[in-house]
Design a protein around this ligand. Structure first.
Ligand SMILES: [Fe+2]
Length: 406
């Protein structure tokens, strides 16, 4: 399947027909249904005291099965589909990268009772990642380092988006809409009409909407892919899976995931070396590390902002008070997800408490500049919508200024 990377940059999405090879559709439906049934058993078991029978399955507006967690040898075709030329291969073409890996494997299901429309949103948080226009310009100039997919197994037009919204901040009208009537159709929003087996690949920075979580049968594969070695540093740089599940896979598929994990470890080595260079005030070491992480020269500061957030996470995890907390609280302390927390904790092990603190201090000027911009532009930090208002990268602060700030 041939795609045009420029189309994704121009429009923020591409609809592709028959991403699922037609002769695989029935067997994929069968396998995914088996995995839904397995996950329902898990959700029933994990249901909290006082929660309705069924747990997540009966309470969620969009029950989401991370199917790598329930896959077995008989249903391995679900995972193999994520490695297919039409998914992984197309993602790699779109990211123009020497390597690409799966970050997320989920199945979005219909709820058991009508939940109606969800709220329009962007899948990003500029206050925890990087100012919105920085991430957007990085995408436009260097191409995506991360792409996201919806691939329905049954006809599906639940997903809507506002074309081209991924590469600009909200207009004042959009901001008002998000604040006052987020569950209503948005001007310029369009439904993405997909037949069974079709797919939409899109920038998760764009405005999008689950328009109606009704009881109509919905089984839509939701995937994320990241680049390794592309021009930009990916907005999503972690995996929501770990290697344990691959014991169920045929050797060939397992080897692919082992390779993904190796790429991740190599990247961690580069980041750790870059952090140590920063610690040692080794400007050339830092420049080299940064050029490996973000080869594109334009918008390189976006990667430095991402590094500052990681340095903050490492410092937090090394804090003797935090390290004593139960795992759920440690996950919360760095706003991680239960499925990617292990990567952060493993990475933090590479640093002593003292080194982590010293590396953090080197980022403090940059971090404070961003905090000042948040204070200026985000009236309410607890509001997801308001956090999109952090749009501007620190003015006149490039990599060389960052070095001077040590
Ligand atoms: Fe979303």
């Amino acid at each position: 399947m041939k795609v045009d990377p420029q189309q994704l940059i121009d429009d923020g999405y591409i609809v592709l027909r028959q991403v699922v090879p037609p002769d695989q559709l029935e067997e994929l439906r069968t396998s995914f249904e088996i995995l839904v049934e397995k996950q329902k058993v898990v959700w029933e078991r994990e249901r909290k005291p006082g929660e309705k029978p069924g747990g997540v399955w009966t309470t969620s507006g969009q029950p989401r099965v991370f199917f790598d967690e329930v896959v077995d040898a008989a249903t391995a075709n679900t995972i193999e589909f994520c490695l297919h030329e039409n998914t992984l291969g197309v993602s790699q073409q779109l990211m123009r990268a020497p390597e690409a890996a799966i970050t997320l494997m989920a199945l979005m299901c219909n709820p058991v009772r009508d939940h109606g429309p969800a709220s329009w949103h962007r899948d990003i948080d500029p206050t925890g990642q990087a100012p919105l226009k920085g991430m957007q310009m990085d995408y436009v100039k260097n191409g995506p380092g991360y792409v996201q997919w919806n691939i329905p197994l049954y006809d599906d037009s639940v997903f809507w988006l506002v074309p081209k919204s991924y590469c600009r901040p909200n207009t004042p009208e959009e901001l008002q809409h998000l604040l006052t009537r987020p569950q209503e159709p948005m001007p310029n929003g369009i439904p993405i009409e997909l037949s069974a087996g079709d797919g939409v690949v899109y920038s998760h920075m764009g405005l999008h909407w689950g328009s109606n979580y009704s009881t109509k049968l919905r089984r839509t594969v939701h995937l994320g892919y990241r680049a390794f070695g592309g021009n930009s540093y990916p907005i999503v740089d972690h995996f929501y899976w770990n290697l344990g599940f691959t014991k169920h896979l045929p050797a060939k598929a397992r080897a692919r995931f082992e390779h993904f994990f190796q790429l991740q470890m190599q990247q961690s080595d580069v980041i750790a070396a870059t952090f140590h260079a920063i610690h040692n005030k080794d400007a050339d070491g830092f420049r080299n590390g940064l050029a490996k992480l973000h080869p594109g020269e334009e918008e390189r500061m976006v990667a430095v902002v991402f590094l500052s957030k990681l340095a903050d996470k490492v410092r937090t995890l090394k804090d003797p008070e935090v390290s004593k907390l139960p795992i759920e609280e440690r996950i919360g302390a760095i706003s991680a997800h239960r499925l990617n927390f292990h990567l952060y904790e493993d990475f933090a092990r590479r640093f002593s408490v003292e080194d982590a603190e010293s590396i953090w201090k080197r980022f403090s000027t940059l971090y404070e500049k961003i905090e000042a911009e948040i204070a200026r532009s985000v009236p309410n930090r607890t509001s997801r919508v308001m956090r999109y208002q952090l749009t501007d990268m620190p003015a006149n602060f490039e990599a060389e200024d960052f070095i001077r700030s040590w």
